[in-house]
Design a protein around this ligand. Structure first.
Ligand SMILES: [Zn+2]
Length: 134
């Protein structure tokens, strides 16, 4: 390989362009299993990242996991043993159902309660959809 070729290869390694669009970063839950309980140690962090009420996320998660639990400071304590993978699968489902806009797929949305209904209002495209009750 000659020098020119080497130079070409080197140049190719430089990222072509920096992503300008802001990408949604999916938060991940950290689960710690101790005895017969599982603690989501960064629960409030995750709900803040999603801009959702921790109680709403908790209600969903407990229903999906078919268990009981309670908020304890920034953590969520859940009865039973659940792997991090399983908990995060439920989180993905939550995001799909209550965070992502069904119209444009963006995550800049708000949950609004009105007359007993819950709506997902999108701040990007303005779409408004009813969300299922938990
Ligand atoms: Zn939208």
């Amino acid at each position: 390989m000659d020098y020119k070729e080497l130079l070409k290869r080197g140049l190719k390694k430089v990222p072509e362009k920096i992503e300008t669009k802001e990408r949604f970063e999916m938060p991940r839950m950290r689960a710690q299993i101790a005895g017969s309980r599982t603690t989501i140690t960064n629960f409030s962090e995750v709900s803040t990242a999603l801009r959702r009420d921790p109680k709403h996320l908790m209600k969903f998660l407990l229903k999906e996991l078919a268990t009981k639990g309670n908020l304890s400071g920034t953590r969520l304590e859940v009865q039973g043993n659940f792997s991090e993978e399983m908990v995060n699968r439920k989180l993905d489902l939550y995001v799909k159902t209550y965070v992502a806009c069904p119209e444009c797929g963006k995550h800049d949305t708000k949950l609004v309660k009105e007359r007993g209904f819950v709506f997902i209002n999108c701040e990007v495209c303005g779409a408004r959809h009813t969300a299922a009750k938990i």
